[in-house]
Design a protein around this ligand. Structure first.
Ligand code: DON
Length: 303
């Protein structure tokens, strides 16, 4: 399959829609300033073939896509004990919702909602320098140094009242071991990591190769763990739009409010799309359309 003409075609099809629908995330002030009329797409196959179109090299705030990599780190560090504190069910609620936590004794539904990622981060903070480990993992996976956007991290820390509430609420149930301060600091920094579509398509590569590092082939996760991450992406990776994603796209996906979405075609390729304007659930509007076009034109789907 020739992917470069396909990505060029998707970018050209969507170009007239740039800046015409959806809303850039405004609850994080530093993100509200990002120009909406941008679109990028990049992929990397298991064999190392790459294709890209549009603003595929422009760095953006990866936001909740970081939850994929913090989960991978925690699965590696903790094995199955990780699941004593975190569920594996879709929440059907917004990504920053508090409602299920009280009835469910401070155990978040899954690792991809904010509460779940805070619980994952707490486990990492107990075991390592969580911020440094994330940067080291991502830099290794994409083959280039990546870093945090300090302004975005500060902006999240100044306005992340819901995340502070979520961390304290879980702590009140005894589900957070560390002081909430360092856990929130690591979480906000993870969300503020800056990468491009090309870098994310490379970095997620282990997810289409049974856990093997995209460049070295060493195991990032084992095969079983990798299948589980992909299963969680399909059921929980796009929050209360996960059903819609499965219906329209049919691939495991993880989104972030920076407008990026990573998608996996197991045993074939990883794909990253980015466009900052979001639909109401917090997923990129044009990113969703691009993935839908990709799935329709290639016939690639897990179903
Ligand atoms: O904690 C937050 O709310 C943001 N830093 C991340 C949320 C996010 O990306 C959800 N994604 N769609």
């Amino acid at each position: 399959m020739h992917f470069q003409p396909l990505l060029d075609d998707i970018a050209a099809t969507l170009r007239p829609e740039l800046g015409r629908g959806g809303q850039v995330a405004s609850y994080i002030p530093a993100l509200a300033r990002v120009p909406a009329a941008q679109f990028g797409i990049a992929l990397r196959t298991c064999d190392g073939e790459e294709a890209q179109a549009g603003d595929s090299g422009t760095p953006f705030s990866i936001q909740s896509i970081s939850k994929l990599f913090s989960l991978a780190l925690a699965m590696r560090e903790l094995g199955d004990t990780l699941w004593e504190r975190i569920g594996r069910e879709p929440s059907g609620n917004p990504f920053n919702s508090l409602v299920q936590l009280e009835a469910e004794h401070g155990i978040p539904r899954n690792p991809f909602i904010n509460a779940g990622a805070l619980a994952v981060t707490d486990r990492l903070v107990s075991r390592c320098d969580a911020k440094a480990r994330m940067l080291a993992l991502l830099s290794s996976l994409c083959g280039e140094p990546v870093g945090f956007d300090a302004e975005v991290a500060a902006s999240e820390a100044a306005t992340g009242f819901r995340n502070v509430a979520l961390a304290n609420f879980m702590k009140s149930f005894g589900r957070i071991d560390n002081d909430v301060g360092p856990v929130l600091d690591a979480y906000f920094h993870d969300c503020a990591i800056t990468m491009s579509c090309v870098q994310l398509a490379r970095a997620a590569g282990f997810l289409c190769r049974d856990g093997a590092h995209p460049y070295t082939g060493e195991p990032v996760l084992n095969e079983r763990q990798t299948r589980r991450v992909n299963a969680l992406m399909l059921t929980c990776g796009t929050y209360d739009a996960a059903g819609e994603f499965a219906f329209r796209i049919g691939l495991p996906c993880k989104s972030g409010v920076g407008g990026g979405i990573v998608a996996v075609v197991p045993d074939r390729l990883t794909l990253c799309v980015w466009s900052p304007a979001l639909e109401p659930s917090g997923n990129s509007l044009l990113g969703m359309k691009a993935l839908e076009l990709f799935a329709a034109k290639t016939g690639l789907s897990i179903f």
